[in-house]
Write a protein that binds this ligand. Structure first.
Ligand SMILES: Nc1ncnc2c1ncn2[C@@H]1O[C@H](COP(=O)(O)OP(=O)(O)OP(=O)(O)O)[C@@H](O)[C@H]1O
Length: 386
């Protein structure tokens, strides 16, 4: 197992496209890192660079403190001692499970008895004991993927690289493999770099999540930090499906520009360094922070200007509601009541993160301790129903 360090890595493809810029990241020995970001953000490029399939145009990569890649070249893929699993489990169809898994051990010329022992151990670890003699076509997709995992870890890799390794599997198998992957990597003390386009998977399994966009790192944080203190409106939108409500922030709190909606200062988190006075920007409001309830009898004017339900998806804890409010599309949650499409409703905002205009991406939320968004009684909320 080993720590990994990226120092100002840049990747320019042959056609001149810059896929990665200024990537600096330290991964601890035994840490589980997830790389997430929109399609084309550079996740696979970063993984392939670490694996040794791509040479950096600038910067260096170190493994266990030793440089392994720079623009001058690097050590070979094989000598990096990595384990890799891809979306499509590339097993040899004509070989047994045992032969598939022990292949890297045969290459390393380990004696037969040692190979047998290791294969037995690793099959137990991935929950496939006794399946040594089967061929891949006699296994389910999930079992095949677990064989691929077993093969990737049997030679005790320095780092385990996963590229959408669970993406081809259906739920609930995928969920159970998430549990298995995490417990297995913990037990072995593996350093893992897991590329996924599935945000909830990244948050569920990783110690820290790296959010990429346009070839740059937007934020590196624990799952809790990412959700509670997104570093930019993009991260809030991408990770938590936040709506970005334009408005102003002053001593009394946030006032939306285009909607009859406000939030007192003590219920919101402010990202970056406060510049003082009144500032304009955006309030990122996640669906959990936007509670939907029926229009009350308390004088609401038949809801003419109230948010309208576009769709309402069932949820076992709360229903997910998509709303149109004037020009804005918002997502919220309704607990104990499921609104119907076309219905006018009222909304209450329980928290949010304010981003000052032009400050935006790249701010360091650590400069200001983040408050947990307040979960308050919605009825006293100043986000007035219309
Ligand atoms: N061989 C290549 N030549 C030129 N550009 C490339 C090449 N491979 C990838 N790119 C570009 O580099 C950028 C990053 O691609 P990459 O595959 O790393 O993204 P990704 O985040 O893994 O995307 P996805 O989630 O769709 O797999 C994209 O703009 C892509 O079009």
């Amino acid at each position: 197992m080993a720590a990994v360090s990226f120092d100002r890595i840049e990747i320019r493809y042959d056609d001149g496209h810059t896929a990665l810029e200024e990537i600096s990241l330290d991964i601890d020995d035994g840490e589980f890192i997830a790389l997430v970001g929109p399609s084309g953000s550079g996740k696979t490029t970063l993984l392939r660079t670490l694996a040794g399939f791509l040479t950096p145009s600038a910067g260096t990569i170190s493994l266990a403190g030793e440089p392994i890649a720079s623009s001058a070249g690097g050590t070979s893929v094989e000598s990096r001692g990595l384990g890799m699993v891809f979306q499509q489990h590339a097993l040899w169809p004509h070989m047994s499970v045992e032969a598939n898994i022990s292949y890297p051990l045969r290459l390393a010329r380990l004696p037969r008895s040692e190979r047998r022992r290791r294969v037995t151990d690793v099959l137990e670890l991935v929950g496939l004991s006794g399946m040594e003699a089967r061929r891949p076509d006699q296994l389910s997709g999930g079992q095949q993927q677990r064989v691929a995992l077993a093969r990737a870890i049997v030679h005790e890799p320095s780092v385990l690289l996963l590229d959408e390794a669970l993406s081809a599997l259906d739920e609930p198998l995928r969920a159970s493999l998430r549990f298995q992957l995490q417990s297995m990597s913990r037990r072995l003390g593996l350093t893992v770099v897991h590329v996924t386009h599935d945000r909830s998977e990244a948050l569920a399994v990783a110690d820290r999540v790296v959010v990429l966009d346009g070839g740059r790192i937007c934020q590196v944080a624990t799952p809790q930090e990412l959700v509670a203190s997104p570093a930019s409106p993009f991260v809030a939108e991408f990770i938590s499906d936040a709506a970005l409500v334009p408005g102003t922030f002053g001593p009394e709190g946030f006032y939306a520009r285009d909607l009859p909606l406000s939030l007192p200062a003590d219920r919101l988190t402010r990202s970056g360094r406060p510049s003082g006075g009144v500032s304009t920007g955006q309030l990122a409001v996640t669906p959990r922070q936007l509670q939907v309830s029926p229009l009350g009898d308390d004088g609401a004017d038949e809801g003419a200007g109230a948010p309208e339900v576009v769709s309402s998806l069932f949820g076992s804890h709360a229903h997910s509601v998509e709303l149109q409010w004037r020009e804005m599309s918002l997502r919220g949650e309704a607990a104990g009541y499921r609104p119907s499409p076309g219905e006018r409703v009222q909304v209450h905002i329980t928290g949010g993160t304010f981003f000052e205009a032009a400050a935006g991406a790249g701010q360091d939320p650590a400069q200001e301790p983040a408050q947990e968004p307040a979960e308050v009684s919605t009825r006293q909320d100043p986000a007035e129903p219309v």
